[in-house]
Design a protein around this ligand. Structure first.
Ligand code: ADP
Ligand code: MG
Length: 319
């Protein structure tokens, strides 16, 4: 069973950034309004994610660590319309099979917090306000072969920051802070989408992009798309979200790309941040454990919507 968990973990946990993504997903699912990420040695030594969400009742703490235990989905039918980030109940189990993991959590009205250590299963009283702190230490400590594939701390930190950035763009209503080695390295306060995009992607991105706001049938696309005249190529600033979930999708990328076809030359890559909203039953998010891939019921409809949304955004305003 240990081996099976470790193999499953391989699909979910590739590097510290994968842990950060899953823990922040959980914090957001718990209704957090502030999420704090504290890293040591690029997250390889330790990752601590603290939230002010609803918390986990003490008697459910052991369950949270169990494989296929999720509090978020009650039936297979619900899989069709998942609104939460997590729903497979795999992340914590997978992480705890390749690292040391502990959770301290407190629900509203509980006399104090409780901490559980994944390895021993032991529960002890802890001190914190309402919400949850998950600490992950010594990633891949028992699988040196995997640990060998990790890059320098600076590179792993960059990946962790990118993971938080992806969440931050989708959730301007939530405050995020990232600490590394005791220093605050990034902070985004709760604000509007406009302001969040400005802070995360920069003033120059905003100056060199146009607003996208498009609706067709059951699909809605909002966000910002870089203008063809943008000063530099920005392949690293292409963000796409489907129902609030960050995805990498060839079909969507192609749809966006085709909007630039006649105006963008020389292999330049535009920056964009686009949010596709689509009826949940028209998209399957349960394709891959990392949930980064999706499958659409009608791919042509999505491709066209993305292309037309960006085209409309880039078109000069009508006189
Ligand atoms: P999933 O998110 O797919 O349900 P996870 O393994 O990520 O699976 O988490 C297992 C369970 O632990 C969740 O369903 C939730 O009940 C609980 N949980 C994990 N993190 C938090 C958190 N930060 N706040 C509240 N509950 C949490
Ligand atoms: Mg989860």
């Amino acid at each position: 069973d240990e081996l099976i968990s470790q193999i499953a973990a391989g699909e979910v946990v590739e590097r510290p950034a994968s842990v950060v993504r899953e823990l922040v997903d959980n914090a957001l699912d718990a209704g957090a309004t502030e999420v704090v990420v504290k890293l040591m040695a690029g997250g390889v030594r330790s990752i601590l994610v603290e939230d002010d969400g609803v918390g986990i009742p003490a008697d459910e703490l052991p369950l949270a660590l169990r494989r296929h235990a999720t509090s978020k989905i009650a039936s297979l039918g619900e899989l069709e319309s998942v609104a939460t980030m997590g729903f497979r109940g795999e992340a914590l189990a997978a992480i705890s099979s390749v690292a040391e993991l502990s959770i301290a959590s407190r629900t509203e009205g509980a006399p104090h917090a409780q901490r559980i250590d994944a390895r021993s299963g032991e529960l002890v009283p802890a001190a914190r306000g309402r919400g949850t702190s998950v600490e992950v230490r010594e990633l891949f400590f028992s699988t040196p072969a995997r640990r060998k594939f990790l890059k320098t701390d600076a590179t792993e930190l960059a990946h962790c920051l990118e993971a938080v950035r992806r969440h931050a763009l989708a959730r301007p209503d939530v405050g995020f802070a990232v600490w590394h080695e005791g220093k605050l390295v990034e902070q985004w306060r709760r604000s509007s989408l406009d302001q969040r995009v400005r802070e995360v992607l920069g003033e120059d991105f905003v100056a060199e992009s146009r607003e996208v706001q498009f609706e067709i049938g059951p699909l809605r696309v909002v966000g910002r798309a870089g203008t063809p005249a943008a000063a530099r190529s920005r392949a690293d600033q292409q963000y796409v979200y489907v129902n609030g979930r960050y995805v990498r999708d060839k079909l969507i990328a192609h749809g966006v790309r085709s909007a630039y076809e006649d105006v963008l030359h020389g292999g330049r890559q535009p920056a964009y941040v686009l949010f596709l909203e689509i009826a949940p039953d028209r998209v399957d998010v349960n394709v891959h454990p990392t949930k980064i891939e999706v499958r659409f019921r009608d791919s042509r409809e999505v491709h066209q919507a993305m292309r037309r949304a960006v085209e409309a955004g880039l078109a000069p305003p009508q006189a």
